[in-house]
Design a protein around this ligand. Structure first.
Ligand code: ARG
Length: 465
């Protein structure tokens, strides 16, 4: 019989020889899954309450077990619990300690359950609560973006396509594009609650149990909507893990896009924003440097989050259904991804509060690259009854001419313009005004100042809902 130092058997009478010490050391998951202690204890308490209600356990034993579990929870909270690799994981560590505290009656706790359903019950509860934390962090970012946007409704900059100056936009409109992304992230995370809300507890090892358990009771008490339908699928299913890791990946991807843009705009080439000293780091050799390390850090972390999603997909690929040890790695991946994402969101929030738009440079850059060319084409369609394609051609010729003359569109005289469309009057000149250009984009979702103000009000309302 394998004994631990307290002379307790680990696997009882079945396994006579000492297990591989090497495997004990590296195969034990306790260093990782001890994070689940609260969820594990809660689920165990509800489990024994249910066993008592169903007359499977008597009152005295139920109370003893709950007393022991409470004591264990306090010990862990106070860092007085000795986690032991010999007992593999959090479930066995708690069970073994329960034996020490209440004696042989601890043996009743594992009636009608298995670690296979236990672990996913704990895990689903944990993922649900981390999802709520992530969404709170997303809300904080949205709030910060709103604050910065409110101050920058009239900050005009070039909008880029292909990283070439395209059309004039408001800096607030640009920032608020990320509100939409982060709102979608929130929704994506919330969608997972459907699968997270099905209770695995009670499917036991693979086939269910012969005890007359009440899975609706445990579902209700643990905050699940309903019990899962198929015991085999339940034990094998880690789709909810994939869904979570995918949501993290998409959210990280959004973070990496904004990080990349801010890094570019902070570069000496663009110089569209500067970063306050709070969010830069120095160089060990170049005294002049202020580097955007925080942004680079969160951009880079997207890689590990994608990696975690791919690891889980690969672990599940071709794995026959039901439980295998392979699945144990799910927790490390989720814990890491969740921590990384929360850190990245917090860093991004700090960065966003400390960016300084270089308004003059933004405006100057928007004056390069003929950003109002589309406005001119639109004007020709709206005022000189021609098709858009014809207007496009005339405008293209005007742009070619301006380029040859090394002039901006607003530097062309009305006579020069009339060479291309004789009917043009002075009123056309206002088309080349950038503010006018931004404000003309009044279509729903466009960058006009009025639209932005309305969207800010809407987002604020959404935040309070
Ligand atoms: N620590 C295990 C895990 O996370 C718990 C389930 C163990 N089940 C088993 N049949 N060995 O996957």
């Amino acid at each position: 019989m394998t004994k631990n130092k307290n002379n307790q058997s680990i696997w009882g009478n079945r396994i006579k020889k000492n297990g591989s010490v090497l495997f004990q050391k590296i195969g034990s998951s306790i260093d990782i899954d001890k994070k689940l202690y609260k969820e594990d204890i809660l689920a165990s308490k509800i489990h024994v309450e249910m066993l008592f209600k169903q007359k499977i356990l008597n009152f005295k034993i139920k109370n003893k077990i709950i007393y022991g579990l409470q004591k264990i929870e306090n010990e862990i909270k106070k860092n007085k619990f000795e986690f032991n690799k010999k007992f593999e994981d959090i479930h066995m560590n708690i069970e073994k300690r329960l034996f020490q505290i209440i004696g042989e009656d601890a043996g009743y706790i594992h009636t009608a359950r298995s670690r296979n359903d236990q672990v996913i019950t704990d895990f689903k509860i944990w993922i649900s609560s981390t999802t709520k934390d992530i969404n709170k962090n997303l809300d904080k970012i949205i709030k910060t973006i709103l604050k910065v946007s409110e101050k920058n409704i009239e900050t005009i900059m070039p909008g880029f396509t292909h990283l070439k100056n395209a059309q004039a936009i408001s800096f607030a409109h640009y920032l608020m594009a990320y509100i939409e992304m982060f709102k979608r992230d929130k929704k994506r995370f919330l969608n997972n609650f459907n699968s997270l809300s099905e209770n695995p507890l009670g499917v036991a090892a693979i086939s269910g149990t012969s005890f007359n358990i009440d899975r609706d009771f445990t579902s209700k008490k643990l905050g699940f909507k309903k019990p899962t339908n198929n015991s085999i699928d339940t034990v094998a299913d880690r789709d909810f893990v994939l869904d979570f890791l995918y949501c993290v990946s998409v959210c990280s991807m959004h973070i990496s896009r904004i990080a990349e843009e801010l890094i570019l705009w902070n570069s000496d080439g663009f110089n569209l924003i500067s970063l306050s000293d709070k969010i830069v780091t120095g160089s060990s050799i170049m005294p002049q440097k202020k580097n955007p390390d925080l942004l680079e850090f969160i951009r880079g972390k997207t890689g590990s989050n994608y990696g975690n999603l791919f690891s889980m997909l690969t672990i599940l690929k071709s794995l026959p259904i039901s439980y295998f040890k392979d699945l144990q790695d799910d927790k490390e991946l989720v814990f890491k991804s969740s921590e990384t994402l929360n850190n990245s969101l917090n860093i991004l929030n700090e960065v966003l509060r400390n960016i300084i738009p270089n308004k003059k440079k933004m405006f100057d850059l928007a004056n390069h690259g003929y950003l109002t060319a589309t406005d001119l084409a639109d004007f020709l369609v709206q005022n000189h009854s021609m098709s858009f394609r014809k207007a496009y051609d005339i405008t293209a010729s005007i742009v070619n001419f301006a380029e040859k003359k090394k002039k901006r569109l607003n530097e062309l005289s009305i006579d020069e313009l009339r060479k291309f469309e004789p009917k043009l009057k002075n009123e056309v000149l206002k088309i080349f005004d950038l503010k006018n250009s931004v404000n003309s984009k009044k279509s729903y979702g466009g960058t006009s100042f009025d639209n932005i103000k309305k969207m800010i009000t809407k987002y604020k309302r959404d935040q309070n809902d």
